[in-house]
Write a protein of this length. Structure first.
Length: 310
């Protein structure tokens, strides 16, 4: 595998996409057998994600290894603890040494049998031979169809240039969006960004720009930077059900703002008691699909400090 740029990789499965760190098995979740991703399946057929050569098929038919035409080695593993089924419930359509094209059927499985007799039906795609420090990053989801781009395999030496620096809208602990305590956000359903567990209950304008709308639920607002970038700030998860209770706004639709202006404050104790989380989000809603958000650092950050670049 010789690459110096990110490699897109398609899903062999249809279902709900997850990062490997959420796998329902410690060995997979801790990447003991390699980085990758998994899907809770909604279809019982596994398809070739790209043109590949089949390198081996397990005797128990629950897993197989392949090598993509660009040299990327990957392992497909159906279910957790399915090796003990000794091939029961699996039908394999290929054999070692066979060349397959994207979309070819590789195997099918009995979903009901696996759910009854195995630990989980999670379908896993692993990259066991990635060079050190390479990362597998989700670029779709949560729902994905076999053949759609699922992840980007990125080398540490190929970050995007720092064309934009963006600042923290609040004070607290900075995290990448993939670590959000809700799959809707962690799978970047509305865009990429970052979040902060706040230590102070105030959101400030992270840069000069303007407010272009305030959510009816009074828990979020849409913003434009001075150069036209669109982003959303939201206080808490599940706070839309509070119907504005616990929030105070200091701006209105269409109002220009300068970096550091107060946008809203919230009753932190009330949100923690009545919503699912007090995590505060900054999500960029109109970035090009291949744009990656990079944290400037991890840990505690003050409002107005550099938070991310892209």
């Amino acid at each position: 595998m010789e690459h110096d740029a990110p490699i897109p990789f398609n899903s062999p499965f249809t279902g709900i996409l997850h990062p490997i760190t959420e796998a329902p098995d410690e060995a997979f979740a801790q990447k003991m057998t390699g980085d990758g991703f998994f899907v809770y399946p909604e279809d019982n057929t596994v398809y070739a994600p790209c043109d590949s050569d089949v390198t081996f098929v397990f005797d128990t038919h629950h897993a197989m290894g392949l090598t993509a035409s660009d040299g990327t080695e990957y392992l497909l593993h159906i279910g957790i603890d399915t090796v003990r089924l000794q091939g029961e419930g699996f039908t394999v359509f290929v054999e070692a040494g066979q060349h397959v094209q994207k979309g070819d059927r590789l195997l099918s499985f009995d979903e009901k049998l696996i759910r009854e007799k195995a630990t989980s039906d999670a379908c896993i795609c692993l990259f066991p031979e990635l060079p050190e420090n390479w990362e597998v990053r989700l670029c779709a989801g949560p729902h994905i169809v076999a053949g759609e781009k699922a992840v980007r395999i990125s080398p540490p030496s190929s970050p995007a240039p720092q064309s934009h620096i963006f600042y923290a809208p609040c004070t607290g602990t900075l995290h990448p969006l993939a670590e959000a305590p809700d799959p809707f956000y962690s799978h970047k359903s509305t865009g990429d960004g970052f979040f902060i567990y706040p230590s102070e209950p105030v959101l400030y304008a992270p840069c000069d720009g303007s407010v272009f709308f305030i959510f009816e639920e009074k828990n979020a607002l849409g913003m434009h930077t001075a150069y036209g970038l669109e982003y959303m700030l939201q206080a808490g998860i599940g706070t839309d059900t509070l119907n504005g209770e616990g929030f105070t706004f200091y701006v209105q639709d269409g109002q220009p703002v300068q970096k550091g202006d107060r946008l809203l404050s919230f009753d932190a104790a009330y949100i923690r008691a009545h919503a699912r989380s007090d995590a505060c989000f900054c999500i960029f809603t109109d970035l090009p699909a291949d744009t990656e958000i990079h944290l400037k650092h991890h840990g505690f950050i003050q409002a107005g400090q550099e938070a991310v670049w892209f």
